[in-house]
Design a protein around this ligand. Structure first.
Ligand SMILES: CC(C)(COP(=O)(O)OP(=O)(O)OC[C@H]1O[C@@H](n2cnc3c(N)ncnc32)[C@H](O)[C@@H]1OP(=O)(O)O)[C@@H](O)C(=O)NCCC(=O)NCCS
Length: 391
């Protein structure tokens, strides 16, 4: 599908799947406004006699995998007509979509599942969910008395969009798991202009940022993702929030899954939450679509022969060698027996750093000998990925 075709094919199906319905005429009229943000996406549909039976889309994104930024296919808008479900349409479309995205150079893919087990069968592994942190501004009082060597910038997000976009780009380069939209989709944030943008700056350079809105006097400051490259940046952002003590009752903000807000300040009463539930509240998932993603990654010491099984995109026997500090992959033709057999989700979970090799057999993601587990643990040390982009 391209451009205007989406208005009558994939958009109505996605609206039925994800919105309150039936739609009003006014809501349907708004579809046209979304076209520019979908222009660079790949959308496939299954059609019969002019009726759209199912649709899937991929957003061409980029993601950091253990320090290396790679093209990533963000899967979105997966929906089947209510009369055409359970007939294999999404399976067929997803296979073709990922074939195409992989062939065009996307070795990674990520998505937010309605039900993780559905996508586990397509080789995706679960990633951690970011935390939502809630606290009262009075709790930040100690920060008001501190003289911090930096400043904050405060503006509407439309005005600050170039700084925001540049800072997310910096996080993409520096943070494992971090993924950002292509320009055509990212500018939606600027165009909707629904948030304030707060930035922390040190020596003129942006080191922290958060977008937020306030619902009412005496209400809540609703923050989106709080991004900080160091503790000073975070303190500058929180100090600004502290000045809202007589304006709002509470502050809520999203933080990366490895953040520990209870350690931010002494006497901080804080509630930290990550909740997952089918179908509305999911943690993200990701997978490798191609072993090219692994070649050249920084790796710990380890050397292991693995066989990949049960997947459309990852197969064969390979020698993984990290003895030089950089992961090398050799197609193994020696005929020697592999010491680990991994599913695509199993290898993806190791690459993203979310599971220990010893967990894979327990989760049905592979057979891993004790020796192989030691080597794989060396090659793929645990990491906490932070996906960031929400789609
Ligand atoms: C969920 C949905 C996208 C599935 O599409 P579909 O075209 O019915 O799926 P398919 O028929 O291709 O199913 C593929 C496989 O998953 C299984 N499956 C389908 N729906 C499933 C579900 N809800 N839970 C678990 N497995 C499911 C099918 O049985 C099939 O298994 P098989 O490969 O062994 O035959 C569709 O039902 C839908 O649009 N639901 C509402 C919107 C939604 O939740 N979208 C998901 C957004 S991420």
């Amino acid at each position: 599908m391209t451009d205007d075709d989406r208005l009558t094919t994939s958009f109505p199906l996605a609206a039925y799947a994800f919105e309150s319905s039936p739609l009003s005429a006014a809501r349907t009229a708004e579809f046209r406004d979304y076209l520019p943000y979908n222009q660079g996406n790949r959308t496939l549909i299954a059609e019969e006699d002019g009726t759209t039976l199912a649709a899937v889309s991929a957003i061409p994104m980029r993601q950091n995998l253990r320090g290396v930024v790679l093209p990533m296919a963000g899967v979105a808008g997966v929906a089947t007509h209510p009369l055409a479900r359970r007939q294999g349409h999404v399976r067929t479309l997803l296979h073709q979509l990922l074939d195409e995205m992989r062939d065009e150079g996307h070795p990674l893919s990520a998505l937010y599942p309605f039900r993780p087990s559905f996508y586990a069968r397509f080789g995706y592994a679960g990633l951690p969910k970011p935390r939502r942190v809630t606290f009262a501004p009075a709790n930040l009082a100690a920060l008001l008395r501190v003289d911090l060597p930096g400043e904050v910038g405060w503006e509407r997000v439309a005005a600050g969009y170039p700084a925001w976009r540049a800072f997310t780009e910096r996080n993409l380069q520096e943070r494992h798991g971090f993924a950002i939209f292509p320009d055509h989709r990212a500018v939606g944030m600027r165009d909707r202009d629904e948030y304030w943008l707060l930035t922390a700056r040190v020596g003129g350079e942006v080191t922290g940022a958060v977008t937020y809105r306030i619902d009412e006097h005496g209400g809540t400051l609703h923050g989106n993702e709080l991004l900080a490259t160091d503790p000073l940046a975070r303190a500058l952002l929180l100090q600004f929030f502290a000045r809202h003590v007589d304006q709002i009752e509470r502050i809520t903000v999203q933080v990366p899954p490895d953040e520990l807000p209870e350690l931010w300040l002494t006497d901080l009463d804080v509630h930290v939450e990550a909740r997952t539930a089918v179908p509305g509240s999911s943690a993200p998932m990701a997978r490798l679509l191609s072993l090219d993603a692994l070649s050249g990654l920084p790796a710990g010491p380890g050397r292991v022969r693995i066989e990949l099984t049960g997947d459309r995109w990852l197969a064969g026997t390979h020698l993984l060698d990290g003895t030089t500090g950089v992961l090398e992959l050799v197609d193994d033709t020696t005929g020697r027996a592999p010491t680990a057999t991994l599913t695509a989700a199993g290898l993806s979970a190791l690459a993203y750093g979310v599971l220990d090799p010893a967990e894979l057999p327990l989760r049905g993601l592979g057979e891993v000998s004790v020796d192989a587990a030691t080597e794989l643990r060396g090659l793929f040390p645990r990491r906490v990925p932070y996906l960031f982009a929400d789609f």
